[in-house]
Structures are given as C-alpha cells and as structure tokens.
Design a protein around this ligand. Structure first.
Ligand code: BTN
Length: 319
C-alpha cells in the first residue's frame, strides 16, 4: 500500500494530491493515507502537506527502497516480488538460498550494499553502499542446462537497452557479460546455475551496475566507470532497476517462447568484440585469433591463426 501511495504521488509530480483523492483511488481511509505518508517520510521521501491542497512529492533523492522499486515496476512484468536488503554479503547467495527454499521465478533480490560481492572467476565485486544497482534475479526456466549461458547474453541486451533508454548513454557489449561505455566497464553480469543432469533447477543472474559513483580508487579508475561519471548527473536507482526488469521481462518471455534466434541479432547490434583480433583466456588456456561471432547457442566462435575455429564457452576477452 505504501508503494501505491508513492506511485500516485510520483504520477502527480509537482502538483498537490488531496488526501481524499488518494483514499478514494486506493480504497482506504484518510488516516491510513496519512500513516503511509508518515512512513514514506521516515524513509527519506520529501513529501510536503498543505492544508486544503494535499500532498506533494518534492524530491525522491537518490535513496533506494523496496517501495520505490515496487511503485515503478510495470503491471505485467515478470518480477512481482522484490526482496530488499540494506546490506548483505552477496545478493547471489541470498537469491540462491531463496530459490533452494522453493521461491519461484519472478523474485529479485536487491541490496544497497554488498560486503562480499562476487564477480566472475572468483573475483571480488566492489559494491559501494548507495552507489550502484546490486541485484540478483531468480529464474527457473525449463531449458537444457547447456543453454543457460544464453541467459547471460539476454541479460546484457536487457541492461543495455534499459540504460540507453534511461540515460541515453551508448553502451557496447564485450562477450560474454561486460557492458562498456567509452571502453570502460559499467556493468558486469554473473550467471550461476543449479542443475540436475536432465534439467535446470534454478538460474541466478547477478547484475552489478555502477550508477552514482563519483569516482573510483586508482586501481579501478582506468577500467571502471559509472552512469554518473559518463552522463555528468546522478540517476534514480529504482528507475534504473525498474527499466532493467521491464526489458528483461519481455526479452525473457520472447526467449522462452521463440528461442535465442530473436535475441541474437539484438546482442550482435551492440557487440564490440566481434570481427576483431582477440585473446581469450580461460582455465583451459589462452587462444588468440579473430572473433567470428556467436553461434545460435550464444557460444563465441574464435578462428585461430592456423584457421581452426574454436568454440569458447567461458573466457576473459582482451582486444
Ligand atoms: C563480473 O565479474 O563482471 C560479474 C559481476 C557481477 C556482480 C553482481 S552484483 C549483484 C550480484 N551479487 C554478487 O555478489 N555479484 C553479482
């Protein structure tokens, strides 16, 4: 209910909304409306009340809250359930635990801070409080486990489209999961799967997006960037999250009904590593050559200097 009050106030940005109108719209008492306004103020929302006029949301600051996210999620989105934490070790771990306990598809775990954020290949993911979008999506797709990497590429497309629409920033995708602006990393995606030999049990997709960082420590400043640094202004993280969930929802539904073939051209339209000479490093070794493209499964095709084509399932790419 608190989220619905916030949604109404936001829809009427810069105008007053009377307590009577809110109570009629939401079918609740004026006292209940006042209680929710008070609770929203306690969360940091700047809501002014003027006699005979009503309430107005003056600024939502850059605070993140469960209700703010809820109030922005579109009606038909896949994600109906938001689990919000101020601070967790890793949203991946929380999401995996929920999935194991039987929580179904359509739940997203969001945190304002991660104290042990996980990156790919066992790396640490720096997750500063209040600065980024640190979230994990719980999925339970009925797909062959070999197809799970396609979901990483689908997520890259969803996040790219969402950020472009919210900020206008031009993003490029570096296979398989890095989103870059001006050659620096803005977002990373970590896909973790639990599967039986014959079916996927759950896929947890972690998204780490640098939003309002004003700068990075010396060791990262050459390779990492944020939406704030690139666009020169901060962004409301709940709006960014809602945009990602909305893009993800339709792409994922399209994928489940029609397969990867419709997602592939969207991914290719943003890919930077394709057609270039690259070095792919993985636990299996290092391969150098030309990135020919991805196949229908989302696997990277790399032609080495002897003309032999390698299928790369997982690696770090340099170009
Ligand atoms: C990468 O190495 O590029 C992937 C980084 C993924 C980071 C995100 S932040 C939300 C989720 N929780 C984690 O601990 N990791 C992922």
């Amino acid at each position: 209910m608190k989220g619905k009050v916030l949604k109404l106030l936001r829809q009427n940005d810069n105008t007053f909304l009377s307590g009577e109108k809110i109570s009629n719209e939401l079918n609740c008492s004026r006292t209940a409306v006042w209680k929710h306004i008070k609770a929203l103020r306690n969360e940091g929302y700047d809501i002014i009340a003027v006699q005979n006029k009503g309430y107005q949301l003056t600024k939502s600051a850059y605070l993140l809250s469960e209700h703010d996210i809820y109030s922005r999620i579109k009606k038909n989105d896949l994600f109906e359930n938001v689990v919000y934490h101020n601070s967790v070790t890793s949203t991946q771990t929380v999401a995996q635990q929920l999935a194991n306990e039987g929580v179904g598809e359509g739940t997203v775990v969001v945190a304002d801070e991660q104290t042990g954020g996980k990156g790919r290949l066992g790396r640490v993911w720096d997750s500063e409080k209040g600065a980024g979008v640190w979230m994990s999506l719980i999925l339970k797709p009925q797909i062959d486990f070999r197809k799970a990497p396609q979901l990483t590429l689908l997520t890259a497309v969803a996040v790219t489209r969402a950020i472009e629409s919210v900020s206008g920033l031009p993003l490029s995708i570096k296979w398989p999961n890095d989103l870059l602006v001006n050659g620096k990393k803005l977002c990373g995606i970590l896909t973790e799967m639990q599967a039986d030999p014959d079916r996927v049990q759950s896929v947890i997709i972690g998204i780490g997006l640098n939003v309002n960082h004003g700068g990075f420590p010396d060791d990262l400043s050459e390779i990492a960037t944020s939406m704030n640094i690139e666009a020169g202004k901060p962004f409301n993280r709940a709006e960014v999250i809602a945009a990602i969930l909305n893009e993800f929802s339709w792409l994922y539904r399209t994928y489940l009904s029609q397969g990867f073939s419709l997602i592939k051209p969207l991914w290719e339209a943003h890919a930077v590593s394709i057609g270039k000479k690259i070095v792919a490093r993985s636990t299996a070794g290092t391969t150098e050559g030309y990135a020919l493209g991805i196949d229908d499964e989302g696997v990277l095709l790399l032609q080495d200097n002897q003309g032999e084509t390698h299928r790369i399932y997982s690696a770090d790419i340099e170009f």
